[in-house]
Design a protein around this ligand. Sequence first.
Ligand SMILES: [Ca+2]
Ligand SMILES: [Ca+2]
Length: 434
Amino acid sequence: MTFALQTIKTTPVTIVVKDDNGFLPGAVVRIVDTNPTTGTTNVLAQLVTDNNGKIQGTFTVATTLANVQAVVHLGSKILSHPISLLPMNGQELTQVNRTLAVTGTFQPQAMLADADGDQIPDDYDAYPNDATRASKICFPITCSESDLITMAYEDLYPLEGDGDLNDYVTWGRSEEDVNAKGKIVKLRTYYQHVAKGTLLVHTFRLRFGAAATGAGLVRKVTGFTNVVTQTNATFSANDLKNGISVYNENSSQTSQSANNTNSITFKPGKKAALELTFNTPVARAEIGHAPYDPYIVLVNTAPLNLNFTETETHLPGKNSSILQILTSGSYPFSIVVPGIWHWQVETLDIRLSVKTGYLEYAAWVDSGGISFRDWYTKVTKTSAVYNNLPATGTLAGFINVIKNKYFILGVLLVLAVSLGVGFALKKRLSATVA
Ligand SMILES: [Ca+2]
Ligand SMILES: [Ca+2]
């Protein structure tokens, strides 16, 4: 069973499309979330029906989202089918199974231009001239560089610590390049370390499920001065399963401030961007779903005179053993929340009504995650949470900084050359005149 305490959830989806001739192959089915205010459509999954008229995939969204749509492109017609996501009779939705029968006969693939022949029509192909990639699936929901999640960890498992969930806090987002068969070809994931409310030191790592293949990695890290360092590596399937370093540095080196009390001005830590190119495209079931399994590892407990090391803390539901991330009171040791979340200030236990900034948090846990699903958006005690955060952050922007720098260098070079030529011309002209 899926672990219940989720603010973000993955749902398996199976859709069968039929027309008057029976099962309809070749229809593009997209699972989309349409923003009611902006009208922007975010593609959560995109697949083509097989000879049995069927697509099978998954989509990952915040548990506060009430519905998504299955949009079926039949060639001469587009069908939109609503899917409600909220719990029914106190039970979480665990899967979506639909058969959509349309009147008439359709030949979707014959009707739509498809330059690279990957079965995803040009209009819906994120890479219309690249047959190896068809969709760009972003997390959380949009591909905007400012659409982030916050991941916050307590670091002393199995000791409960102070329960403020601010020992290691990071922002994150990710993008997958997916082929027409729904397999992941490339994966980019971005982080920024934003709080370290502890004397202890950690490494921050990322683990995947049982990938059947290895991957090449390009890692870019930017520090406090916008200098970007790049490292490249290759990993085996086992390496991906055992976890890879997000930074080559520990949490003291990637933070420049604890950012854990309101007397401290916010100073963000280092950003990391990882691009993994799998040796062969991998199925969702192999690597898991975003945010995958990002976790902290305690390097050394010596500052607190504790005699254990190498303790890991994972996000709820992301460890092989569910029990490993729960306290005796069934509270998780970490939390992942959509958006920029204001974490608890130092020593204020998020679970206790007199200390929490989020009164609905405990009620949400007690309900097994069914009720109070938007608890993290409701600050009930401002002084209990860290208030000095910027309203927005961006991840991945720093990669462009490099390009821009080279662009500016390029412009300067062209300018210098033109000036030089102009100067030489001028010299020659004056020479001629003379
Ligand atoms: Ca195509
Ligand atoms: Ca393509």
